[in-house]
Design a protein around this ligand. Structure first.
Ligand SMILES: [Mn+2]
Length: 344
């Protein structure tokens, strides 16, 4: 039987900021406060509630442990009280020896969280990734001493660029974030938790994480090349009700946010709407205002499709009965959805 972990890091396993903030927390825990036994848990959007419910139910396992949670939003669902017992987050805070929550997503629950005894760190400035918070709060103070070859600040900047591209797209670390995200997205697609876990450790223990990324991307080059070719081939502009709509198909191994960001850069201002189709296992459509002056009803369309949307950025789930990976079929079906929307 292994030793019991004394510190647990819980982070967002699907993106650059989540992985880097966990890696940097590892550095802090290992060197500064010398906790040898670490456990890291990677969370996806899909299993978030499940994991936290499990932690609350099994609260005796948290006894004596220090919990660090990074790049995850303090969601309202954690604060729901059930009859006769406290909320999930209340139980977790009260079971462990300490809980630090480092995050930059909007929350209205900070006061409640702190009233249970949790420590919430969000930084005083806006636009600061979780990794930058960890760097500044836990690591920055020791810089300039003997840590000559330390790339902690660079890692924090990579996460910063990836989370805030509109501010940092010209930064020299910007491209590194894309490579890292590609590997992370691919690993998530394959449920490759071992790779993701090793990546956190590789960063945390000052190993060559860049080499690890390169090796992974080279190892899976053929599928990644296929995904790139698929995207390049499967794009079209259709005309519906006087709206020019750019539709494209995305292989699920590609990072969603970054792929969309690149294509939006090209088509914004030239079309009325931009529609990305992500086929199984993702199975969703992301829809964006194209800003050609015609004001395509993105929010209303997504709402009608039982999805969500705000200020021209939205999406909805796709039905599993259609083969969305065949772009001809996918495009036809998407056109049908939009035509039906205008017909009612
Ligand atoms: Mn983040």
């Amino acid at each position: 039987m292994g030793e019991i972990a004394k510190a647990v890091i819980i982070t967002h396993g699907e993106d650059v900021d989540g992985i880097i903030s966990a890696g940097l927390l590892c550095r802090y825990l290992n060197e500064v406060i010398n906790l040898s036994n670490l456990e890291s848990i990677l969370v996806s959007h899909k299993n978030f509630d499940n994991l936290f419910c499990k932690l609350a139910r099994n609260s005796s396992a948290l006894k004596g442990k220090r919990l660090f949670i990074a790049d995850l939003a303090l969601k309202d669902s954690l604060f729901v009280k059930k009859e006769g017992e406290g909320s999930v987050i209340e139980k977790i805070v009260q079971s462990c020896s300490s809980l630090y929550w480092l995050d930059h997503h909007k929350t209205s629950k900070q006061m409640d969280f702190e009233s249970y005894g949790g420590n919430y760190i969000s930084g005083s400035e806006q636009s600061k990734s979780a990794s930058m918070l960890v760097y500044e709060e836990c690591l920055a103070f020791r810089m300039g001493e003997e840590m000559v070859a330390d790339d902690s600040e660079e890692l924090a900047l990579i996460a910063q660029c990836n989370d805030y591209p509109e501010i940092f797209s010209e930064h020299s670390c910007f491209k590194d974030g894309y490579e890292l995200q590609r590997a992370i997205s691919f690993a998530n697609y394959r449920d490759d938790d071992i790779f993701l876990d090793n990546l956190v450790k590789s960063i945390g223990f000052y190993q060559n994480w860049r080499l690890m990324i390169d090796d992974y991307l080279v190892k899976h080059k053929s599928l990644l090349d296929f995904a790139d070719a698929y995207l390049e081939k499967n794009q079209d502009i259709v005309l519906i009700n006087d709206y020019f709509i750019f539709i494209f198909g995305v292989h699920p191994t590609l990072p969603q946010k970054e792929t969309l960001r690149n294509l939006r850069g090209i088509y914004q201002g030239k079309v009325s709407a931009i529609v990305g189709i992500f086929f199984a296992p993702v199975l969703n459509a992301l829809v964006f205002q194209g800003y050609d002056g015609k004001n395509f009803p993105v929010d209303d369309l997504c709402c009608r499709m039982n999805g969500g949307s705000r200020d021209g950025d939205g999406g909805f789930s796709l039905s599993g009965e259609v083969d969305w990976s065949d772009f001809k079929i996918a495009k036809k079906k998407m056109v049908e959805i939009i035509v039906n929307y205008f017909a009612v």
